[in-house]
Design a protein around this ligand. Sequence first.
Ligand SMILES: *Cc1c(COP(=O)(O)O)cnc(C)c1O
Length: 324
Amino acid sequence: MATLYLNKTNLFKNLQKISSINPNILAVIKDNAYGHGIITISKLLKEFGIKKVCVRNNNEAEMVKGFFEEILIFNPNTGRNGINISYAINSINQLKKNRHPYIHLKIDTGMHRNGILIDEIDEALGIILKKNFELRGVFTHFCCSEEENCDTFIQYENFKKIKKTVENFCKKNNLKKPYFHIANSTALNKLPDTFDYVRPGIAMYGGIEGYEPVMSLVGDVVSVREIENDGVGYNKMFFSKDKVKLSTIDVGYSDGIPYFKNGCKLKETEAVGKISMDYMSVLGEFKKHVVIFDDIKEFVKNFDTITYDILVKMSPRIKRVVIE
Ligand SMILES: *Cc1c(COP(=O)(O)O)cnc(C)c1O
């Protein structure tokens, strides 16, 4: 059976590197911790000393609520929940319907995907006061932080203004000051100030330059054969005139590998022909295992996609094993 190995040493190195920028980390573990396994990663984060995390929905919050002091749900339902759960508020409408008392206001500073509009901030604060919600955090998300782009600084400046408004409001109304967070992974070292907390995802998992890879995928050999002047797999997309040995590995597109029609580079060899649902054929005679990838930054070059997209789709069915 194929195995996903999670490298604890590298995860901790990445967390240390992020801590050196800002030690207050709101670790993003949405979508099964970017495919790594939400429970396994939660245990490791707790061991490292992470106290706060972000998840996608109420379901994920339920799974990890025993591990952390605060769990911020990016896309919550409207119901009430426990004291260590915070709901992100993505629109004025949601704020009006919301019944959960602990919230973070998301501000649309320029991405125009989600969040309270800058013009709506006074109305939002009014509702919070009237409904007696506890405003725990205020945040925004960058649209272009992986590029050298002035949008990042426009958003940063917008956020600074919002921060002032919120702080004045809290002072005037004798409310506890919320904490402010803005930086996703690629913004970590681009900002003059990362404010109170940083909110990294992909950097922790080593899916961008400067960070160590955490996930490796190792397939098991199912069978070995030799062909000559013949092809392999569906439609025999790979054809060899010469004699070649091929190993069949127990990993296919159902496990989360993007579909390919004509081979793909692996760590120690290459896959040939079309990938099947549950198998792929690789060049060479392997005894037991074949490393499919041990650095997603390299493996992604085979495909027209991003590291996030491959990591997050790794099937939950594959067993996760933590290595040091
Ligand atoms: C996913 C997400 C993050 C983490 O982004 P990375 O690019 O993985 O660091 C941070 N904030 C929000 C709102 C997100 O949705």
